[in-house]
Ligand binder design. Structure first.
Ligand code: F6R
Length: 578
């Protein structure tokens, strides 16, 4: 979380940085700040709130600067905790967590330093000031040697008015070369104007000047700095006429599924399977975990070996049975989720093979993994995962079909079903408004519908803040049915023929307790108060269809409550802390 950016070149830096920060805002929006060197002077504007809270910073003069947009970890969303942090001649923007900050802060306090924020990041600015003897790179080298944890840093020093030093250790940082200067940023969309990019590896220091970039190891040995063409178009951050990215990205799901199916890498799948393995773990967080639950069902059927989906954060809390015959497939749209990366590192530590399914080919996960599969969703800007979830499901269907020696033909037809589902938005909008009146909204499903219920509930909670949960329908009677009354709503996903009668029973049970029930189903005999009907498709593919009305329900509930679904409170798109 947090987005950082740096620029040095011929243009006014503040404008470049501000524009870049608006493209990084999905990584956190608790505060924002920009610092610019104007000759030997350092000007810094930073405030709590979104990037637009520092719109006046665009007027700062100077051609070299750094910027930050924050997702709070240490210290609240207040002006004093906004980056860049300044100490003496230094200004620092940081993404990550300095794990040993308390010890460093105590040491620095003993040396007479006083701190003005509650952040871990401010210690970096103080360490730089304490280490500096006139040689900028030397001070950076000595500082990073003392830091533990994850950090991407952009550093200014008033003695070097056109230089920025960037550091990467376990938090993403990418360099970009434009016609008028050099940039560094946490993600590629902020480098839209750059013709070439260079993804920094861990333990690297980059010195940026208008003349270009120099690369060093942490021990300050000079390394080659290789740029490659930037294939990402600058226009990806456009809402394209929609009120929100979330709605636009739901619209793009048909194309995302078709692209993912078309680009399924059979060669990589063949190589992966040729290795042979006796057990498989799919790991991910949030929505990626929900797609992994569906993926595990499909892959277990296709591979005929035990396949388990696990929360990446929990995977690392135990000692899973990992050995050279295990495969771990880490699922992450961003490829930067710290918990998922930690699970991947654990897999490698115990000799398991690591595969990745991600939407970001330049990500930390794709470089950590032995095999990398890419979804074809395109850049997703809305904080809630929508089209990337659809694309992950499409990947699992394509993989399943591959394992069965078939083609996932339905994926090519999905776009038509998707259009049909979107055309029912008029029905979903008033229903979403009705749900906002409930004291709790619970999602239930059985078998293949259980992950859909979990995901539908997560989506609704994260963008509309309506309380609720997703449950395995059969589990309700073991406790959670106590929640049901006339103020609750239940969304029942019922797409599996052999489980239909059991779902009907679960629905009757909650209706008997007064709950208002919405059924998401292709069947016409489900006893619900309202039915969102799904078009017919091969039964296995229903999770792909189900998520469309559920995402629309969440989206319209948020809009109905006057909330911004693209920027839900307390969230960030890329969760780079464990
Ligand atoms: C929910 C959502 C999150 C992410 C989770 C993992 O809409 O987006 O739950 O799915 O933070 O993110 P990635 O997939 O980037 O690892």
């Amino acid at each position: 979380m947090c987005g950082i950016i740096a620029y040095t070149g011929r243009r006014q830096a503040a404008k470049v940085l501000y524009d870049g920060l608006t493209r990084l805002e999905y990584r956190g929006y608790d505060s924002a700040g920009i610092a610019v060197l104007n000759g030997w002077r350092l000007d810094c504007i930073k405030r709590a709130g979104r990037v637009c809270a520092i719109a006046d910073a665009r007027a700062l003069a100077g051609t070299c600067g750094i910027g930050h947009t924050r997702w709070a970890t240490h210290g609240g969303a207040e002006d004093k905790n906004a980056h860049p942090h300044v100490c003496g001649k230094f200004a620092v923007a940081h993404n990550g967590i300095i794990e040993n900050y308390a010890a460093l802060k105590a040491e620095l306090s003993d040396m007479g330093h006083s701190f003005s924020s509650d952040t871990d990041s401010e210690t970096v600015a103080h360490l730089l000031a304490a280490s500096y003897r006139g040689d900028l790179l030397d001070a950076v080298g000595r500082t990073v040697g003392k830091l533990r944890g994850s950090f991407a840093l952009c550093i200014l020093c008033t003695d070097f008015p056109d230089a920025v030093v960037c550091v990467r250790q376990k938090s993403p940082l990418i360099l970009g070369r434009a016609a008028d200067g050099v940039l560094a940023a946490s993600d590629v969309p902020a480098l839209g104007g750059c013709g070439e990019i260079c993804v920094l590896a861990d333990s690297r220091i980059a010195l940026l000047t208008p003349a270009g970039a120099e690369l060093y190891s942490f021990s300050l040995a000079r390394l080659p700095c290789v740029f490659a063409p930037n294939t990402l178009r600058a226009s990806v951050c456009d809402k394209g006429g929609y009120a929100h990215f979330m709605r636009k990205e739901i619209e793009e799901e048909g194309a995302a599924v078709v692209r993912t199916a078309a680009s399924f890498d059979e060669g990589a799948a063949r190589r992966l399977c040729a290795d042979g393995f006796s057990r498989v773990f799919l790991v991910g967080c949030g929505t990626a975990y929900h797609s992994a639950l569906t993926g595990a069902r499909l892959l277990e059927e296709g591979l005929r070996v035990p396949v388990r989906a696990e929360l990446a954060s929990e995977f690392c809390c135990r000692r899973p049975l990992l050995d050279r015959c295990s495969l771990v497939l880490a699922v992450s749209q961003s490829g930067e989720t710290a918990d998922t990366l930690a699970a991947g590192r654990l897999a490698k530590k115990y000799g398991a093979r690591l595969a990745a399914l991600t939407n970001a080919g330049h990500s930390s996960l794709s470089r950590l993994a032995d095999h990398c599969f890419l979804t074809g969703a395109g850049v997703e800007v809305g904080v809630a995962a929508t089209k990337t979830y659809a694309a992950q499901l499409a990947f699992f269907y394509a993989f399943y079909a591959f394992l069965r020696g078939q083609k996932a033909a339905y994926l090519q037809k999905f776009a038509a079903a998707h259009r049909k589902l979107l055309s029912r938005e008029g029905e979903i909008r008033p229903l979403a408004a009705k749900l906002t009146g409930a004291q709790g909204v619970y999602f239930i499903g059985r078998g293949a519908d259980h992950p859909s219920a979990l995901e539908g509930s997560l989506k609704l909670r994260e963008v509309s803040y309506l309380p609720g949960a997703g449950y395995a329908a059969g589990e309700l009677k073991h406790g959670s049915i106590a929640l049901m009354d006339g103020n609750t709503a239940v969304v029942a996903v019922a797409t599996q023929k052999e489980l239909k009668e059991k779902m009907k029973t679960s629905i009757s049970e909650v209706r008997a307790r007064g709950a208002f029930v919405v059924a998401v189903t292709p069947f016409d005999d489900i006893p619900a108060d309202q039915v969102l009907s799904l078009p017919a498709c091969p039964q296995r593919y229903y999770p792909l269809l189900t998520q469309v009305p559920l995402q629309l329900l969440a989206y319209h509930a948020a809009v109905c409550r006057g909330l911004d679904p693209d920027r839900p409170r307390h969230l960030a798109k890329s969760v780079t802390v464990e």
